[in-house]
Ligand binder design. Structure first.
Ligand code: 4AD
Length: 466
């Protein structure tokens, strides 16, 4: 045979059929000298393969060869699909493969730093195993990340990155279908794009430069360049000192910028339709992956409305005050009050996804447009999943003189962004946009507790490898 079957695709319908599969030998168990069981895993899906001495097909030497394979080696197996009597209806491993031929394509070292099966267990399974007296090493986060190439082989991790891929896919497809153009802006830039201290500075051939904290300035300049509607998927660098569950030093930014005719609500409309489409698509197209994540890290499906709830910042502050939280009405929300507001919103409106808009101007970046009716507030918004921020967005200042004034007031050296400010001197349409953190979306949609779980090779203040 030379037609490959995916391990995921093995099922009862293939009973008695010959198949050719490739995967990793996850576990190898010998039963005497005449039989061995090998669990083969491909992309997080597993199948049990039986190597049993048979006068016509399988020699004792072949059983010995199979038994001596090291875990995680890559093997090709030719065999016949069988349905064991013990097959449980609905179980993931309903069929076995009776091995006829086995080849080792790539051999793994005999002792691995992480046992994939242990790394794939849920907390509940670990507790049960420990209580039953099983010898088990709990694989902690740092060990996982040190040996990430092994860690990402678990079913939950395979699923997480397929879900991440789907988020990017829906983002791109949706925006293309709405007439947005995908752009690619430079990551080496002369001055900080977001202000503040969280900037990686570097030497650019003798000139001071930094890694872009966002595509903010250049996506706006693309609007000044008449593109109308643009988006970008790219790396974003933040020299964050914060060692938290939701901050990385490098993450993937999903950025949008668009002309607006009248109101920053036009930008929020895009957020609304884009994310409802995204959540629908994840629930529909990533069902198996969501289940795989849930088996290791149990979570409740995200509650969201067909039309995304919008609250003003003042309404949010009032809800917090009514619940007894002391809060500065013109200050920023801290992590704790964001969570609390998330709970209150869920209780009152039955959604874990909502938009909070009209933030105080003082807590927003220099390029944010103040509200026309009250300049203490701004035409800006944040978006939350399960009480944590995944998006920030706003209408931007498009009047160069005012933009310059705002940058100065926010302590930014305008010389470093002079080409950006100049872009508005040649005529600039009213516009707005938003930035989404890809890793945060996946983390919060799947109810995960740490952003390092949704970054393939996370970068935080203490980690730049692997
Ligand atoms: O809130 P931020 O800093 O906003 C901007 O970068 C603006 N230029 C966006 C705009 O168009 N107005 O970042 C946007 C999003 C956040 O909501 C969060 O999801 C994510 O990026 N984010 C981070 N993700 C991981 N680690 C970090 N250190 C992050 N900082 C922000």
């Amino acid at each position: 045979i030379n037609v490959w079957t995916k391990v995921e695709a093995l099922n009862n319908a293939l009973e008695k059929k010959s198949v050719l599969i490739r995967g990793r030998a996850q576990t190898i168990r010998a039963v005497g000298k005449k039989m061995a069981f090998i669990v083969i895993r491909e992309n997080g899906f597993t199948a049990q393969c039986v190597v049993q001495v048979h006068p016509d097909h399988v020699s004792p030497q072949m059983v010995k060869y199979a038994t001596a394979l090291s875990r995680e080696s890559i093997v090709d197996i030719e065999g016949v699909v069988s349905v064991p009597d013990t097959a449980i209806k609905g179980a993931s491993q309903q069929v076995e493969v009776q091995v006829r031929k086995i080849y080792c394509v790539s051999r793994a070292v005999p002792t691995l730093p992480i046992n994939i099966e242990d790394a794939a267990r849920s907390e509940i399974e670990i507790e049960k195993a420990l209580q039953a007296g099983e010898q088990l090493v709990r694989v902690n986060q740092d060990t996982r990340l040190n040996y990430r190439v092994l860690d990402i082989r678990t079913p939950a991790n395979q699923a997480i990155f397929r879900i991440q891929s789907q988020v990017g896919n829906v983002f791109r497809q949706f925006l293309l279908s709405e007439g947005f153009v995908e752009i690619h802006t430079p990551k080496l830039i002369a001055g900080s794009s977001e202000g503040g201290a969280a900037v990686f500075r570097l030497d650019y051939k003798g000139q001071a430069a930094c890694l872009a904290q966002s595509p903010q300035l250049h996506k706006q300049m693309a609007i000044c360049g008449d593109f109308g509607r643009v988006f970008e998927v790219g790396p974003v660098f933040r020299a964050e000192d914060s060692f938290t569950h939701r901050h990385l030093c490098e993450f993937t930014g999903l950025d949008v910028e668009m002309e607006i005719k009248k109101h920053y609500f036009e930008v929020m409309d895009i957020v609304d339709r884009l994310f409802v489409a995204m959540f629908d698509s994840l629930n529909k197209n990533c069902e198996k992956d969501l289940e795989a994540v849930g088996r290791q890290y149990p979570f409740e499906p995200l509650k969201y409305l067909r039309k995304t709830l919008r609250l003003t910042y003042e309404e949010g502050i009032q809800m917090l005050k009514d619940a007894g939280v002391e809060i500065d009405p013109l200050g920023d929300l801290n992590t704790e009050s964001e969570r609390k507001l998330g709970q209150l919103v869920l209780e009152k409106y039955g959604t874990e996804f909502y938009i909070l808009h009209r933030y105080p101007l003082a807590v927003r970046p220099f390029y944010t447009m103040p509200c026309y009716d009250n300049p203490a507030y701004s035409n800006s918004f944040d978006v939350f999943i399960r009480g944590e921020e995944i998006i920030s967005g706003a209408q931007r200042v498009h009047v160069p003189e005012f933009l310059e004034k705002r940058a100065e007031a926010c302590g930014i050296d305008v010389k470093t962004i002079s080409t950006y400010i100049d872009s508005f001197r040649y005529g600039a349409p009213p516009h707005g946009g938003f930035g989404v953190g890809l890793e945060r979306v996946v983390m919060l949609f799947c109810g995960l507790n740490n952003i390092r779980k949704t970054s393939l090779y996370p970068r935080d203040p203490l980690r730049i490898a692997p």
